[in-house]
Write a protein that binds this ligand. Structure first.
Ligand SMILES: Cc1cc2nc3c(=O)[nH]c(=O)nc-3n(C[C@H](O)[C@H](O)[C@H](O)COP(=O)(O)O)c2cc1C
Length: 471
């Protein structure tokens, strides 16, 4: 398993899955190149010698785009397919969750992140080649592939979330955190007492730290979760100004305070829904210090619809975590949960082996209650490959009877980047659809038989026509 981002990059480069690109402009060129590259599921991109910046101040994108790069982050065989990764990680998720108390972060005195420190009048966020990612972004976003670190003032729990962070000026950033996310809750607790909230934002780090920060995996336990995954605690340094634990081998960390009552305009920004989100007044962070390694790497992770920088990782780990949660809720015979990449957690499928009348609907409703922003939940029988959107839609078309198999639930919390709400709408409650696309339990044995050939015959035909036909 990779020790830090650089060690992982080395392994990625050994597999010829890294391209070094010199001479890009931070102004749109990095964003556009990244988007064209992830559409082709291309290599990881390390931009250097960025226009107007000294060599060595680098930007990394497309990091977790392919199964092999994700496998390398987990220490699995880089030849694994996404399905193989899913199968390998499935038994590990409950084991990691059971071991969280054994892996608190380990505080160390020093680490590479302390190689350079900017404080006082030297604080300048524009020292880093932060891209203007998209044409209509409201500013240069330093936090896209980040881990935003806060502490709950009541119980000391440290949370890591991937939230977008925009530069307002050389010493101020603003950010967007959904109200249901822990970072928002922590900040609100400080502000309720009229106090500024301490914040540290790592904007380049071990891929697993970013991966876990970007998914609802273990709220307030992210350091422990990464420790359990790696089998060794994450090394952190107690940061001098804020007291927050920052990863000792991060690339760049900015620290400071989020004061109550001060806001700046944040956005627009190209969001994971595939649309630009609107600009709004949001809290700020006044930056007190910037720490960075020699030749720092800013990690970028663009969001959009479909397959993007982080979506495959999110889909694999996110699906397994949801599956584990669903099982823990007492739903029996769950064979898999899968969040499809098209607008990610807006569309999820669960496969079950039906045990009793109503079982399928119970699984769907329970999953709908666990999903963050998700809108469409589909329940299928175990014979359907839930990783294939085509198969799922086939099951919906042939096993769901709309009159009795579609349930709509309303009045649920909604994501505040949900495009279906009009700007300024105050009463934003979401609704969900649960489609039960299973054979009817009471006569499932009489349901028409699925067309298929026996595996022996298939094998025989593949052998028979080998070299002439690729079957
Ligand atoms: C690339 C990426 C960007 C994200 N941007 C945001 C964001 O701007 N605001 C937000 O609230 N959540 C964002 N998320 C989702 C959160 O990071 C994620 O839901 C996380 O689980 C929140 O955890 P928390 O409740 O511990 O804060 C993003 C996730 C990824 C992977």
């Amino acid at each position: 398993m990779a020790d830090d981002l650089r060690d992982w990059l080395k392994k990625v480069e050994e597999r010829e899955e890294l391209r070094r690109l010199d001479g890009a402009d931070w102004n749109l060129e990095i964003g556009c190149t990244t988007t064209l590259n992830w559409k082709k599921r291309g290599p990881a991109l390390l931009f250097d010698k960025i226009k107007g910046y000294p060599p060595g101040f680098r930007v990394l994108t497309c990091s977790l785009l392919t199964p092999s790069r994700i496998a390398l982050a987990f220490g699995l065989s880089p030849d694994s397919s996404d399905k193989q990764i899913l199968e390998e990680l499935r038994p590990m998720v409950p084991q990691w969750e059971a071991r969280l108390d054994k892996f608190p972060p380990k505080t160390v005195k020093t680490g590479p992140i302390l190689e350079n420190v900017l404080s006082g009048k030297d604080v300048d966020l524009f020292r880093f080649p932060v891209p203007l990612w998209h044409e209509k972004d409201g500013g240069r976003y330093i936090g896209t592939g980040d881990a935003f670190i806060t502490m709950d003032p009541e119980n000391g729990a440290v949370n890591l979330g991937a939230y977008r962070v925009m530069i307002c000026d050389s010493r101020t950033v603003t950010f967007h955190i959904q109200p249901t996310h822990d970072g928002h809750v922590h900040i609100a607790k400080y502000h309720a007492k009229g106090k500024p909230c301490p914040v540290a934002i790592s904007v380049g780090q071990h891929p697993l730290i970013f991966g876990v920060a970007g998914r609802r995996v273990a709220e307030g336990m992210e350091y422990r979760y990464v420790g359990a995954m790696r089998g060794e605690p994450v090394e952190v340094i107690e940061e001098e100004v804020t007291g927050l634990p920052i990863p000792a081998d991060s690339e760049i960390v900015i620290v400071g305070w989020c004061p109550p009552g001060k806001t700046r305009t944040e956005g627009p920004f190209a969001e994971g829904t595939g649309y630009y989100g609107g600009a709004e007044e949001r809290s700020i962070m006044e930056v007190e210090r910037i720490y960075y390694r020699n030749n720092p790497i800013l990690m970028g992770s663009l969001t959009d619809r479909g397959h993007t920088d982080h979506s495959l990782f999110g889909k694999l780990l996110g699906s397994l975590v949801l599956e584990n949660r669903l099982k823990r809720c007492g739903v029996r015979q769950v064979k898999g949960v899968f969040e499809h990449e098209i607008t990610q957690n807006y569309f999820a499928t669960v496969a079950i082996k039906q045990q009793y009348v109503g079982h399928a609907k119970q699984a769907g409703l329970q999953l709908a209650s666990l999903l963050d922003g998700g809108r469409f939940v589909i329940v299928v029988d175990e014979d359907v490959d839930i990783t294939s959107l085509e198969e799922v839609i086939w099951a919906v078309c042939t096993r769901a009877n709309p009159l009795k198999d579609i349930d709509i639930i309303s009045g649920l919390p909604a994501s505040d980047i949900d495009p279906i709400f009009r700007k300024g709408e105050t009463e934003r409650t979401g609704s969900k659809v649960v489609i039960t696309a299973c054979r009817p339990y009471s006569w499932m044995n009489e349901f028409p038989e699925v067309i298929k050939f026996n595996p022996e015959l298939i094998k025989g035909m593949k052998e028979k026509w080998a070299g002439i036909l690729e079957l």
